[in-house]
Each structure stands twice: as C-alpha cells, then as structure tokens.
Design a protein around this ligand. Structure first.
Ligand code: PAF
Length: 319
C-alpha cells in the first residue's frame, strides 16, 4: 500500500519505521525547514524498546511534490496542527485516498472531514506508548491495540450503507497488522474515540502538572483523587451524549492504564518538558466545552486546563 505518514513525532516515526520494514511503500512528511528531516533521511529511524532495537531507512520529505498517488494518509501531528497539515496535503487526496487519524483528543476527525471530505476520513486510536528521544529516535515503551473505524458526523445515525467499503478498513487493518500493530475494525468509532479520550483526560494533564510518569500518578492520594474526579466528570458527559464506553468502570480503567504504561512519560508531559504547546484544548479543555454545552459542571477539568495553559504561557518566566 502507498502510505503517507504526516508528522515525524513519536507515533509517526513508530508507524513509518515498522510499516517500511514490513515492505509497504511509505513516505514520511515533515514540516519545511526542520533539521530533523535531513537527519532522518541520512540516519533512518531508530526504534528501541519492547520489540528490540531497529534502525530503518525511510523515505522522508517536506515537499509534497515528491509524493505521488497515495492510498492511505495517516495523520500523526499534534491536534492543534491538524487543519494546517491536512490543508497542506489536500492536493494528494483523491476519491480513493483515505485519511486515518491516530491522534489524541476530540475534534480531529471533524477537522479532517471538513477539508478531505466526510467519505475520506477514518477515525482511530492507538494505545502504543512511544517517546521521542531526539529527531527520528524513539523509545517504544509499550504495545497496545489500534482500533480504526468509519466516521459518522455529529447528529447523523449510523448509515445503512457506509460510503467507505468495509473492505477498505479490513485492508488497512491488514497492513497495520502485517507491520506488527494489533488492529481491530469498529463500527462504533465515536465510542472508541471517547473511551481513549477519557484515558487521556485522567492521565495527561495530571502528569504534565506533577511531572510524574504514568505509574507514579496512582501512588499519591492527591493525584488519585484528581484523576478520579476528572474522569467522573468526563464520563458523565459521555453518558449524557449516549456514548457507550469500552469499559464499565472508567476510574478503574484509567488507573489500570497508568500501571500498564507505568514507565511512560505521557505525551503532554513530554511537551511540557520541551517547553512546547500541549494538546490540553483537545483533551481536558474539550471536556470543559462539552460540559458548558450540556450544562454539566466540570470544575476539576477546568482547573487542570487552566493550570496547563498557565505552564505553557509562562515557560520563559518559571523559576
Ligand atoms: O498521550 C499519552 O501519553 C498516551 O495516550 C497515554 C495512553 C496516556 C499513555 O501515556
């Protein structure tokens, strides 16, 4: 399959490395003028971790003119860059090009659908834990499941006849499986996206504020309490929206993800440690907005959002 991966962050590099290694025809797209583009071109992608150590040569460019006739585009940029990234590759999207998002947070499928078209977007989540060590060098901390599925816009019922054939989803899942990523197809992708969102709601901001790895978050009474309250607020919203989560006890689920990924430095903490913008608006911030729309109070998510935004805004002033 001809695949374009947009964004050479930790998950982008993980996918580009293993998909290339499995024999797929992969291009990795970087933003213009990044030092790492040349580095990855020369050195390849270095993956260390749960599957051993690998150095894999990959095709990388920042010029879409290098890329022709793509069948699958996997969007791996941060949520705040989705719109700009999809606009930059719009000319590569034909009727039979599918854009799969494996990003954290709410709003990415909608943003992609707006530009690429509703019939070209596939939602998805991945539970792989990966940390960016330096440009093109990643630590693969934990394996998890990847779930993909067709998207139906807000307020529309599941169609009798989906526009994207099921076969397309099965083919994509097959390609991902062939590269070592356990992958499932779901017809309830909104439920899947919310199930992952609630995990990020409970872990990411708390990790970013406390600078604790995922495992340590459940070691302290204070963080355990905040995790619980933020997850309960988000779950109440999910219930009101008739989202059916993949687990019956959201707090237990998030705590178990903390222990399964205990060594992991959550993606939001990785951003804070590099003085970068975070995805807070698409995770806890999204819960606050949804709560406002539905008249459900979200005080804990609101405080978490304000704290992370304050940290982001004050990088050059912190003692
Ligand atoms: O964003 C992250 O870091 C990950 O989605 C998760 C599951 C919280 C593990 O660190």
């Amino acid at each position: 399959m001809k695949i374009l991966i947009v964004g050479p962050g930790a998950i982008g590099c993980l996918l580009a490395g293993y998909l290339t290694k499995s024999g797929q025809d992969v291009w990795l797209l970087d933003k213009p003028n990044q030092k790492r583009t040349k580095l990855i071109e020369a050195e390849g992608i270095k993956i260390e971790g749960v599957n051993g150590s690998h150095k894999i040569k990959v095709n990388i460019t920042s010029d879409i003119k290098d890329i022709k006739k793509i069948e699958l585009i996997i969007i791996c940029v941060k949520s705040y860059d989705t719109e700009a990234a999809v606009k930059s590759i719009k000319s590569l999207i034909s009727e039979t090009t599918y854009c799969l998002t494996l990003q954290n947070g709410l709003g990415n499928v909608e943003a992609i659908a707006e530009i690429a078209g509703e019939n070209n977007v596939i939602g998805g989540v991945t539970s792989h834990g990966a940390t960016l060590v330096s440009g093109g060098h990643i630590k693969h901390c934990g394996k998890g499941e990847t779930v993909i599925g067709r998207w139906q816009p807000q307020g529309k019922k599941q169609p009798k006849q989906w526009k994207i054939p099921r076969r397309v989803l099965e083919d994509i899942a097959g390609v991902l499986k062939g590269a070592g990523f356990t992958t499932k197809v779901s017809d309830k992708i909104k439920d899947v996206l919310w199930s992952k969102l609630i995990i990020n709601v409970g872990i990411n901001a708390l990790a970013a504020i406390t600078r604790l790895n995922n495992g340590l978050i459940t070691e302290y009474a204070g963080t355990r309490q905040i995790l619980k309250q933020s997850v309960l607020e988000a779950s109440k919203i999910a219930r009101r929206k008739k989202i059916s989560l993949d687990y019956s006890d959201p707090v237990k689920k998030v705590e178990s993800v903390c222990s399964q990924t205990e060594e992991n430095i959550s993606s939001m903490l990785q951003d804070i440690l590099k003085n970068k913008k975070t995805e807070i608006d698409y995770i806890n911030g999204a819960i606050v907005r949804e709560g406002e729309d539905l008249g459900i109070p979200t005080p804990v998510n609101s405080v978490l959002t304000d704290l992370v935004k304050t940290i982001e805004a004050s990088y050059n002033k912190q003692v």
